[in-house]
Design a protein around this ligand. Structure first.
Ligand SMILES: Cc1cc2nc3c(=O)[nH]c(=O)nc-3n(C[C@H](O)[C@H](O)[C@H](O)COP(=O)(O)OP(=O)(O)OC[C@H]3O[C@@H](n4cnc5c(N)ncnc54)[C@H](O)[C@@H]3O)c2cc1C
Length: 287
């Protein structure tokens, strides 16, 4: 979309986007996220809980939210009398890449046996994210990172993740590669998967692109790699679930709570017109 047109439309678009985005989060509170994770668990589905911060929270507040969620997961373990399969997803920019603050979360995660998984941000955050994980590795042995297929560097980062013993979530990626002309995110996705196959501790294939997910899972299984299909609540999942049942693939849902963000951009509507339909549906048709 032309930048001038986008500038004019932005004030009109923001309230629409805020309403539509509610379709993708469990609700504003931790209790909303925990409720959805519990419902999924009752259906035999694992989850990861992600807090989507707004602009206003301080790093301390974000860490307190993470700590509260780990406490809530632990109480669900006790209530269910078994380990409730849910890991904590964190966004390191939301707590300012602060190693001391992360340390509090790592201690709690270690005590309660939970993975701490780093969502991916822009490429400029990658080195700092690996440094944070390396710095915390003496205190916990279950970390995960996210590698976007759309970035050139992700194949080399896959080697690093393997060496560090990390679980990896592979995504197409929401942020562009800054190191050169765009690469095809599907081809990049499979390139990262190939690099991880047979070597990684665990790979989460995080995509709603069914054909891509199918192929990635096939390659991982062929090399005996522990893997699962990761899906975002709010996006279509019926067919992926049916396939997973047939193939016996474990499925995990990313359950977001907090501030609602759309998982698509209006600026892409010119070359992806179905986004216009998603906006109408998310704004008007979904609760
Ligand atoms: C579990 C999970 C975790 C993620 N974590 C991160 C992360 O840490 N960092 C990051 O940068 N990105 C993350 N992402 C987002 C990811 O990078 C992609 O932007 C997003 O998944 C869309 O790409 P896709 O592979 O699903 O393919 P797409 O081509 O975007 O979608 C595939 C198909 O899904 C359907 N679909 C997709 N969106 C909609 C919609 N809104 N409404 C209706 N149908 C739709 C359509 O049929 C579409 O053809 C995550 C995604 C998932 C599923």
């Amino acid at each position: 979309m032309n930048a001038a047109v986008e500038k004019v439309l932005r004030p009109l678009w923001q309230p629409v986007a805020a309403r539509a985005a509610r379709a993708y989060i469990a609700g504003p509170e931790l209790s909303d996220g925990v409720r959805v994770c519990r419902e999924l668990w009752q259906r035999g589905l694992a989850s990861t809980l992600g807090f989507w911060d707004g602009a206003g929270e301080s790093p301390r507040q974000v860490i307190d939210v993470y700590l509260a969620s780990l406490a809530a997961m632990a109480s669900l373990d006790v209530a269910a009398d078994q380990s409730f399969d849910c890991y904590r997803s964190v966004k390191p920019d939301a707590f300012g890449f602060d190693a001391a603050l992360l340390g509090e979360v790592v201690l709690r995660a270690h005590a309660t046996g939970r993975r701490v998984h780093f969502d991916s941000l822009g490429p400029e955050g990658v080195e700092r994210t690996f440094a944070l994980i390396a710095g915390a590795a003496a205190r916990h042995d279950d970390f995960g990172c996210t590698l976007p297929g759309g970035w050139r560097r992700s194949v080399a980062d896959a080697d690093r993740a393997v060496e560090m013993g990390l679980s990896v979530r592979v995504v197409k990626g929401q942020w562009p590669d800054l190191e050169g002309p765009p690469i095809d995110p599907r081809a990049g996705f499979l390139g990262v998967v190939d690099r991880l196959a047979g070597r990684a501790r665990h790979v989460g294939v995080a995509t709603h692109d069914l054909e891509l997910g199918r192929e990635a899972l096939r390659r991982l299984r062929e090399r005996g790699t522990p893997c699962s299909h990761e899906l975002l609540t709010g996006l279509p999942s019926r067919q992926a679930l049916a396939e997973a049942r047939t193939l016996g693939t474990p499925v995990r849902f990313y359950v977001a709570y907090g501030n609602a963000w759309l998982p698509y951009a209006l600026s892409q509507a010119a070359h992806k017109p179905r986004i216009l339909w998603w906006i109408v549906r998310d704004t008007l048709l979904r609760k």
